[in-house]
Design a protein around this ligand. Structure first.
Ligand code: GRG
Length: 306
């Protein structure tokens, strides 16, 4: 969608993708562990070619705080791998369940057959079910101060639950064929898509014991990019193609779902995206140079084509 990112950022992002995928492999039971089909499905769900935006946000938020606070200790580096893995597990579970016939009923995700197509519905349901507690187990094992571990668990639990992502999904399921106004759409997406992106940024701040002023900047940034991510998604659902997206475009219109494009029009959605992008960049000015990667992730989210 126009905004290009530098080679330096592309290389940085590739390193974060490699880093979290290596951590993910360490934390997932092998496909040889019984029950084999369940573990195979969990591997398939999580290790498909995702963009790893949530993991990158964990690392970038930590960098924004830690560079200013004398760098990261090795226990903090390990804890960040746990946090990045946990958010990718919750994200993967949400995609597996969202693709089920009782929800969005989709057959393509990350350019591959969805988990219930590749395996079967009960395996897909269970793979999602099993990824959720594993995410919390990994967070609970972060080698940092217990009070920070508790904060991290609480933030992820709250934002993945009925007042966050699952609640947003419930509003989304109920919205097919309904008219939502702009405020209702924002509320739905700040929960469904925004809550987990926000959590990713918050976890980076929690692991690095960010000061209150730093946490406020991170939160304002996260709220803006959480919504920007969804506006970009709604635009891509209209202008994107199946091969580049790796999922089925046009689903929102087909399911008669209200979106930023259906409410604001394509041009209005682009303007909304630019506004959120600006809000995200303004929110991190106070973090200075260490917040650079967060700024670049905002550019990436706004400019993405998949
Ligand atoms: C089932 C409780 C439950 C929640 C599902 C996140 C979600 C809620 C559904 C996904 C539907 C969807 C396509 C939402 C739009 C934004 C979004 C989360 C897109 C997918 O995230 P990406 O683009 O995916 O980061 P990758 O594959 O790159 O990880």
């Amino acid at each position: 969608m126009g905004l290009s990112t530098s080679d330096d950022f592309t290389n940085w992002l590739s390193r974060q993708v490699e880093r979290v995928e290596s951590a993910i492999k360490q934390h997932l039971p092998s496909a040889e562990t019984s029950p084999k089909q369940l573990h195979e499905a969990m591997q398939y769900a999580v290790l498909g070619p995702g963009k790893r935006v949530r993991a990158a946000l964990v690392y970038a938020a930590a960098e924004a705080v830690a560079v200013a606070n004398d760098g990261l200790s090795s226990p903090q580096e390990i804890a960040l791998d746990h946090a990045a893995t946990a958010v990718e597990f919750i994200h993967a579970y949400s995609l597996v369940h969202d693709d089920l016939p009782c929800m969005d009923d989709d057959d393509l995700r990350r350019g591959q057959p969805t988990v219930h197509i590749q395996f079967d519905e009960s395996t897909a349901l269970l793979a999602g079910d099993a990824l959720q507690p594993l995410a919390f187990e990994i967070l609970a094992k972060m080698p940092i101060a217990p009070a920070l571990v508790v904060q991290a668990v609480r933030v992820l639990a709250h934002n993945a639950g009925s007042l966050g992502m699952a609640g947003g999904q419930a509003i989304d399921c109920a919205s097919a064929g309904q008219t939502l106004d702009f405020e209702q759409l924002q509320t739905m997406h700040s929960k469904k898509t925004g809550a987990l992106l926000q959590t990713s940024v918050q976890l980076g701040g929690i692991v690095t014991a960010a000061r209150s002023s730093q946490r406020q900047s991170l939160l304002a940034y996260a709220q803006a990019i959480g919504l920007a991510f969804q506006v970009a998604d709604d635009i891509l659902d209209v202008v994107g193609d199946r091969q580049t997206l790796g999922k089925t475009p046009g689903k929102d219109a087909a399911n008669n779902k209200p979106t930023y494009v259906s409410i604001l029009g394509l041009e209005g959605a682009h303007k909304q995206l630019a506004l959120l992008h600006q809000q995200a960049q303004e929110a991190i000015v106070s973090l200075g140079e260490p917040g650079r990667r967060l700024g670049e992730i905002a550019d990436y989210i706004v400019g993405r084509n998949r």
